[in-house]
Design a protein around this ligand. Structure first.
Ligand SMILES: NC(=O)c1ccc[n+]([C@@H]2O[C@H](COP(=O)([O-])OP(=O)(O)OC[C@H]3O[C@@H](n4cnc5c(N)ncnc54)[C@H](OP(=O)(O)O)[C@@H]3O)[C@@H](O)[C@H]2O)c1
Length: 330
């Protein structure tokens, strides 16, 4: 199987290459692509691979193409690849809400993959972490409403986000003037910024709308009430979420705890706390601080590495699912 990664020099693309190697995915040839050529810029299985400029022509020889190059790259190249029957696994938001296109988190809705599917958008990172945590609750007691406040890391805005946070931190420590914020709407160091994406006419940010709409699609609950406040925090990697859930049926803490403990992809913490730095570089969603308000309402805290489970690992898991089902030949 020949696999290409578009955006292989970026935060998500680099992690995809790393996860493909870690999980020993059966790849004959890996092709790293970006917006320009670079020699020996990507490490894979002990080799340093050249990065080539993405083009229609260059991507044609692959069986599977991962996109982590932003919306423009996905929209430019994916349609032509799909016409040729090539599998596209896309981290951009371009195709996620299209009818008939599945939005797969293997632990949540892996059974929605059909043999005819070729296009697999990877959902919003915050929504993947949220839905992984909500799936056992949906199955145990039904979901009536979900309210969530997010605490999202700088690397959610890619390498440029990490660089801007680091530059702010350096300036503050040195007592120098901070560089003007360009990736985030306000300086992020020693701050929290309650805007991710632009606001719509009703005041919801782009990130808040994505988390709401994509979560309903992944959970298969179009009528679910979901309300999101998305906030950027000065953390390098891993998103955290304070979640307030109302269920359809009554359920107790012990039953909920057992449901989390039995769920693949979740580490449940009966006691104590878990922070972004605890989970950076790992693939599970961590659920902690489960607190009952009533038999149908409760609060919890969840954290996951958004570059891994929220993007790269989920993308690679989709390919593994296709291999397992025999929809792609190794
Ligand atoms: N960061 C996250 O936590 C996260 C989570 C989920 C989804 N996503 C999505 O994943 C995608 C990548 O995000 P990122 O955070 O990894 O961004 P990033 O760090 O800025 O990396 C972007 C990558 O895309 C490449 N690229 C840009 N324009 C391209 C083009 N026209 N053709 C080919 N390659 C191009 C860049 O190559 P050069 O270096 O050559 O410019 C770089 O390798 C975005 O769609 C983002 O929304 C990100």
């Amino acid at each position: 199987m020949n696999v290409a990664v578009v955006g292989a020099t970026g935060a998500v693309g680099e992690t995809i290459v790393q996860v493909l190697e870690e999980r020993n995915v059966p790849i004959a040839q890996l092709g790293p692509f970006a917006s320009r050529d670079r020699s020996a810029a990507v490490r894979f299985r002990g080799d340093r691979l050249d990065v080539r400029t993405a083009s229609d022509e260059a991507l044609r020889g692959f069986d599977v193409v991962f996109f982590a190059g932003g919306e423009d790259a996905s929209e430019k190249y994916a349609p032509g690849l799909l016409e040729r029957g090539i599998i596209v696994i896309d981290n951009s938001a371009s195709f996620r809400m299209q009818r008939g296109v599945p939005l797969i988190v293997p632990e949540v809705n892996g059974d929605a993959v059909l043999p005819e599917h070729r296009l697999f958008p990877v959902a919003n990172c915050t929504a993947i972490i949220l839905c992984t945590a909500l799936r056992p609750i949906r199955d145990a007691a039904g979901l009536a409403s979900v309210r969530v406040a997010t605490y999202q890391a700088a690397s959610g805005a890619g390498r440029a986000g990490l660089d801007e946070l680091a530059a702010d931190e350096r300036a503050l420590v040195a007592g120098e003037p901070e560089p003007a914020a360009s990736i985030f709407p306000r300086p992020l160091a020693r701050n929290v910024v309650p805007q991710i994406g632009s606001f719509d006419a009703d005041g919801w940010s782009g990130e808040e709308s994505k988390v709401r709409d994509e979560s309903k699609k992944m959970l298969g609950l179009p009528e679910l009430q979901v309300s999101v406040t998305a906030v950027r925090v000065p953390v390098r990697t891993a998103h955290s979420e304070a979640v307030f859930v109302e269920t359809q049926c009554e359920i107790g803490r012990a039953e909920l705890a057992a449901a989390f403990e039995a769920s693949p992809g979740i580490v449940f913490h009966r006691d104590g706390i878990v922070t972004p730095r605890d989970v950076e570089g790992t693939d599970n969603v961590h659920v902690a601080r489960l607190r009952m308000e009533s038999p149908r309402t409760f609060a919890l805290w969840c954290v996951g590495d958004q570059l891994r489970k929220g993007a790269a690992t989920n993308a690679v898991q989709i390919l593994e699912l296709l291999l397992e089902k025999g929809y792609v030949a190794a």
